[in-house]
Design a protein around this ligand. Structure first.
Ligand code: FES
Length: 222
């Protein structure tokens, strides 16, 4: 996560994004989020509003989206919050991109279970296609980021690409997923292990076997 920084506040950035405003649909969605909170607590909606703003930037740039400073300022004004408070949220949570990303943001988990199951090979496969950490590839398609545990350890190694997770990866399986995305197709999400549906045991059941047929009370076994 080192190297996380906001994009410089330049005249070009201002020229492109100073006029940012929610679309009618996003304004309606934003107001619906705000209405969930009591009067005077509208700032509680800051996270979904930042997410809406990031997605709108994504639609306008055909990328996964990011948060230019003027867009963060727009959200702050929308919620009557000091800009620094919104900036604190945007910079704290990794789900917000602070610099431009590609059409597909490939977030590779490199934490221990994924590392032991081959995340180095997954990163190498990404780099082989021209991806580099924190950079947009020349064709504008990819940005590579290494992240911490995404909660899919039972189906490690895994990557999150935009809103979807791809699990039980090998370099070859990842290549197939990336080829499909590059071709404009939607690959199967979740586990890529043939015959596996979610995170159930990949082979035969090896633990808690008595639970299969009955609500077995294990306390006597301890
Ligand atoms: S360690 Fe990679 S998902 Fe948990």
């Amino acid at each position: 996560m080192a190297g996380r920084h906001i994009a410089p506040d330049t005249p070009e950035l201002r020229e492109r994004w100073d006029g940012f405003a929610f679309t009618a649909a996003n304004k309606a969605a934003a107001d619906k989020h705000i209405a969930k909170y009591p009067e005077g607590r509208q700032k509680s909606a800051v996270m979904p509003l930042l997410d809406l703003a990031q997605r709108q930037v994504g639609e306008e740039t055909d990328t996964q989206g990011w948060l230019p400073l003027p867009v963060i300022e727009y959200v702050a004004e929308y919620l009557s919050m000091p800009v620094i408070r919104v900036l604190e949220v945007a910079t704290f949570y990794f789900m917000y991109n602070l610099v431009p990303v590609g059409k597909f943001h490939v977030q590779v988990c490199g934490t221990t279970p994924c590392m032991l199951r081959g995340s180095d090979d997954i990163i190498a496969a990404c780099k082989k296609r021209g991806m580099d950490f924190g950079k947009v590839s020349e064709d504008g398609l990819w940005t590579l980021t290494e992240v911490e545990c995404m909660g899919n350890c039972a189906t490690a190694p895994m990557v999150q690409i935009n809103d979807d997770n791809y699990e039980d990866l090998t370099a070859e399986r990842l290549d197939a997923v990336l080829d499909a995305l590059a071709a404009g197709e939607q690959p199967k999400v979740g586990t890529q292990e043939p015959g596996r549906h979610t995170s159930e045991p990949a082979n035969a059941l090896s633990s808690l076997k008595e639970m299969v047929d009955a609500n077995h009370d294990y306390r006597g076994d301890w």
